[in-house]
Design a protein around this ligand. Structure first.
Ligand code: PEP
Ligand code: MN
Length: 335
């Protein structure tokens, strides 16, 4: 339930009213203060609340029941866009965030070299998988702890904050120095993992599952947020369709829908969406034009010999040319 308060409500009136609501109805009251209005978001069993009696209060402007099952991720609970600061970067503030790097961390030379190159082209984050979710148990599984150590080396060398995927609750302690933890598509509904990363004070890049709806994705964000961590970044990375030309089908329409339904930042992954290096550029441009806050792009210095996802990886030189186009497009669409 959403309660919009009248302009001019004093902090004392607000405190007294929200205390009364939480004790009378056993609900959690979230307060959102904007420049124009103050909104109370009530979580819990709100069915027993009598709307008319709440409306009768002198500080109440309007009361509305929220139909959607996601509450904290809902734009109604938080009308302004959420902005997530990480180091010098701010995700969701209208700037263009470029997360770039290899699918997998392979060696110190590889990750440091790629980090230096993508940073010089304007990337704001370094990506790289240490724990890899591979379809085949015989495929390269990632360098694991050693991969995390090498990512931190690359961070030391370049200053770029790092984004890397977690696959198991039992690895959480290993991720303490990681700047942004990725929940991969295959784990989007690993609810125990979502609850655990929800206890951290760290941004979470939540990828949409291969065959999950927009609402299911927002419910997974809700799991993280309801456990206490509101720093969630949504990631559209393509979904399974009947099309076989591309690895997945990039759901461009998910971008404006996420933006309409939620206040969380949206990042798009054109690499996993297409599976084809030459498609990364047009899909990146389309995603940015459709309102994405940033892109996560696989970049490899030797794609032909990459240990995973070489076919969809672009070279640092191609990333450089793409980044230039993206910054120009960003100026044109965001002003
Ligand atoms: C990845 O980022 O390398 C990855 C495995 O992504 P996804 O979970 O979207 O497939
Ligand atoms: Mn990959």
């Amino acid at each position: 339930m959403i309660i919009v308060l009248k302009n001019g409500t004093t902090p004392e009136q607000l405190r007294e009213f929200s205390d009364r609501l939480s004790s009378q109805y056993q609900v959690q009251v979230n307060v959102w203060r904007g420049t124009q209005s103050t909104v109370l978001g009530l979580l819990g069993d709100t069915h027993t609340i009598d709307i008319e009696s709440v409306e009768a209060n002198e500080i109440v402007e309007s009361v509305k029941r929220v139909q959607e099952p996601y509450k904290k991720a809902n734009r109604a609970f938080h009308p302004n866009d959420t902005v997530i600061p990480v180091g010098d970067a701010k995700i969701g503030d209208g700037s263009l965030q470029l997360i770039a790097g290899p699918c997998s961390v392979e060696s110190e030379e590889q990750i440091v070299e790629i980090a230096r190159r993508v940073k010089a082209s304007g990337a704001t984050f370094l990506r790289g998988g240490a724990f890899k979710p591979r379809t085949s148990p015989y495929a390269f599984q990632g360098l694991r702890e050693e991969g995390l150590r090498l990512l931190l080396e690359a961070k030391r060398a370049t200053g770029l904050p790092i984004v890397t995927e977690i696959m198991s609750v039992s690895h959480i302690d290993l991720f303490r120095d990681v700047d942004v933890i990725q929940i991969g598509a295959r784990n989007m509904q690993n609810f125990e993992l979502l609850k655990e990363v929800g206890k951290l004070d760290k941004p979470i890049l939540l990828k949409r599952g291969l065959a999950n709806t927009i609402e299911e994705t927002l419910m997974s964000a809700e799991y993280i947020m309801s456990s206490g961590n509101e720093k969630v970044i949504l990631c559209e990375r393509g979904i399974r369709t009947f099309e076989t030309y591309t690895r997945n089908t990039l759901d461009i329409s998910a971008i404006p829908v996420f933006k309409k339904l939620s206040h969380l930042p949206v990042i798009v992954d054109p690499s996993h969406a297409s599976g084809i290096a030459w498609m990364v550029e047009p899909l990146s441009m389309a995603a940015l034009a459709a309102g994405a806050d940033g892109l996560i792009i696989e970049v490899h210095n030797d794609p032909q010999h990459a240990r995973s996802d070489g076919a969809q990886s672009i070279t640092p030189a191609r990333f450089d040319a793409l980044a230039r186009k993206l910054f120009t497009l960003h100026r044109a669409v965001r002003g």
